[in-house]
Design a binder for this molecule. Structure first.
Ligand SMILES: NC(=O)c1ccc[n+]([C@@H]2O[C@H](COP(=O)([O-])OP(=O)(O)OC[C@H]3O[C@@H](n4cnc5c(N)ncnc54)[C@H](OP(=O)(O)O)[C@@H]3O)[C@@H](O)[C@H]2O)c1
Length: 318
């Protein structure tokens, strides 16, 4: 199967990073990639993260569908992956999968991202010689697609969990589906936690210094990041870890990405295309599929080898 990822800009200056030959109207399209003989493209809408969230939802969805149709009709793409906030604005990708003109498959890439995020949390604790069973974890965006899966995997392993969202009524289903000691709240009570996972659709930094306990570990999977580079400088006691970044066994040159690494969601669709698995992966994550993506990742070497912060390897300071 031929794959394409559809992302978007994080901010206005992003367009300056791309060669002119990549620009196709409102869509940036990479040169054709070839991964173990499977071909595809990394593409992005020219909308910023903020525009994705504040423009009328039907307009943003139209841009996404137009991109999917263009990739299907002009580039022969069979499967698209909805990157960054394109999942949030399409009801977890379910809306795209229902559109009649688009005949291919849809994957939000959140299954392997949630797996890698959970791995990064456990690896991070090990790195700092801490046990999950002694720790309080806060998950921000807990009933979102990634947040829900991460909550199911991690909450039972922790001493206590604070599951954070914006709408009280959205917690009902989550509360029934997870085990362990937890509370749910619409307050940003992250300061009570030793470990924080951010998996929100908030289009900019969310966590400020007053939200962070001393020496907190923050696994930030959100794109754009919910914890800024500047905050890491301002609070050298805290430890920010990239949530959804994995090693790539092939060279995919995307402006702004650290060499040899890329997003887990991109890895997921590439692996699905190589495996020729002809199905959609949209909406709530099936944990069996999530485990399968981890096996694929071992097989094709799209794995989390080392912890990074904004792409830089995290090293022990003492
Ligand atoms: N690194 C990677 O490989 C990778 C891959 C995929 C996605 N991502 C990123 O991961 C994040 C989550 O993606 P997703 O697909 O799980 O999105 P999602 O299903 O839309 O979930 C996001 C959740 O965040 C909640 N939220 C938004 N603002 C909040 C705030 N201020 N406080 C608390 N909760 C808030 C939303 O709540 P409401 O529903 O109430 O609005 C929603 O439930 C996004 O930033 C995305 O770009 C990264």
């Amino acid at each position: 199967m031929k794959f394409a990822t559809i992302g978007h800009f994080l901010n206005e200056t992003d367009i300056e990073q791309f060669p002119e030959s990549w620009i196709h109207g409102n869509l940036i399209v990479s040169p054709e990639l070839n991964v173990h003989g499977t071909k595809g493209y990394i593409t992005g809408l020219t909308l910023t993260a903020r525009q994705m969230m504040v423009l009328p939802r039907e307009d943003v969805r139209r841009h996404i569908l137009d991109a999917a149709l263009f990739l299907q009709n002009e580039f022969g793409v069979d499967i698209i992956q909805l990157g960054a906030l394109t999942t949030s604005v399409t009801d977890g990708g379910v809306w795209v999968a229902k559109q009649k003109g688009y005949k291919g498959y849809v994957n939000h890439g959140d299954s392997y991202t949630a797996a890698v995020t959970s791995q990064a949390v456990l690896k991070g604790l090990q790195f700092f010689d801490k046990k999950p069973s002694d720790q309080i974890i806060a998950i921000v965006g807990a009933y979102g697609i990634i947040g829900e899966a991460v909550s199911k995997i991690l909450v039972p392993q922790f001493h206590h969990a604070i599951l954070i969202g914006r709408r009280k009524e959205k917690f009902k289903a989550l509360e029934k589906s997870i085990d362990g000691d937890f509370e749910t709240t619409v307050e940003l009570k992250t300061k009570e936690a030793d470990v924080i996972v951010t998996a929100t659709s908030h289009p900019e930094a969310l966590l400020q210094s007053e939200h962070l306990a001393k020496e907190a570990i923050i696994v930030d999977v959100s794109q754009p990041p919910n914890l800024s580079y500047d905050m890491c400088k301002q609070r050298p006691d805290i430890h920010r870890i990239d949530g959804g970044l994995v090693d790539f066994p092939v060279d995919i040159v995307i402006p702004g990405m650290p060499p040899g690494k890329n997003f887990a969601c991109i890895a997921e669709v590439i692996m699905q295309a190589i495996e020729n698995e002809q199905t959609n992966h949209v909406g709530s994550i099936d944990l069996n599929h999530l485990r399968k993506t981890e096996k694929w990742a071992e097989k094709y070497k799209f794995i989390l080898k080392e912890l990074t912060n904004f792409g830089q390897t995290i090293k022990k300071t003492t």
